[in-house]
Write a protein that binds this ligand. Sequence first.
Ligand code: CP
Ligand code: NVA
Length: 305
Amino acid sequence: MNASHLLTIRDLSFEDVEEILELTRDVKANPSTYAHRLEGKTLGMLFQKSSTRTRVSFEVGMFQLGGHALFLGSRDLQLGRGETIADTARVLSRYVDGIMARVFAHQDILDLASYGSVPVINGLDDDVHPCQALCDYFTIREHKGDLAGRKIAYVGDGNNMAHSLIAGAAKVGMHISVASPKGYEPSTAVLDAVAEDARRRSVRIEVTNEPAAAVAGADVVYTDVWASMGQEEEREKRLRDFAGFQVNASLFDKAASDAIFMHCLPAHRGEEVTGEVCDHERSVIFDQAENRLHTQKAIMLLLMG
Ligand code: CP
Ligand code: NVA
């Protein structure tokens, strides 16, 4: 892989993305081949926000590769008492072989990479969630085969998840249609940044305020929470503003008859998605959760091996 960090999907080349997806397939099929590849290596896992899947899948993944993972909650580090991200990065780099971080400000991820001297993996920030989107395109490929020319519809907040799915679609050649309420559309900076990739792969990126229009004919229907971590105080307003954007059976029925439902989780059943759709026979949400493990093992092998 050319990239020395995984900060955003936009930073990766088409070939890097293909290499990650292909290695993920092999790591999942033949885990024992990789059992000792990161022996003696340590991953520092810095968390400013909560996590179930990211924390557990990175820790288990590192164990399965023969290495060790350290959970570092930001409140327990000197970071919580004012030590800078830059100094933390320089210190951690003297102990660990890679840093995975979940933070608020994207700039913190950039600082970890520029001040530290070991590979940095972005485990989610306010702007992007690259590990999840890479795992999601792997999951779609498992269920649908070749991705080129297929369509994913994302219904909901134009948030970190939407941004990484858009960037990923432009890399893997899938059309993407995003339906968000007015004022909650994905960032125009992200749309501008991926325009060249989209042009090269002949990918259509649409942004609409009409969920039914986005979902029409889609092979994949994806949603995420309406209030992300850090937006808890906006929750009541968002519940009102997102009325009409719930993925329920009637909306899911407007997609292709063999469409799959996806959600990065955690889901708020009864808000952005109904329990019925979460538990639908064409819901693949727990395959996604499992594939975080395999995808991140591939990413760690490529960056830290
Ligand atoms: N999807 C995801 O990143 O889940 P966690 O917040 O539980 O890590
Ligand atoms: N958009 C969500 C994703 C959680 C995995 C958040 O940032 O809280």
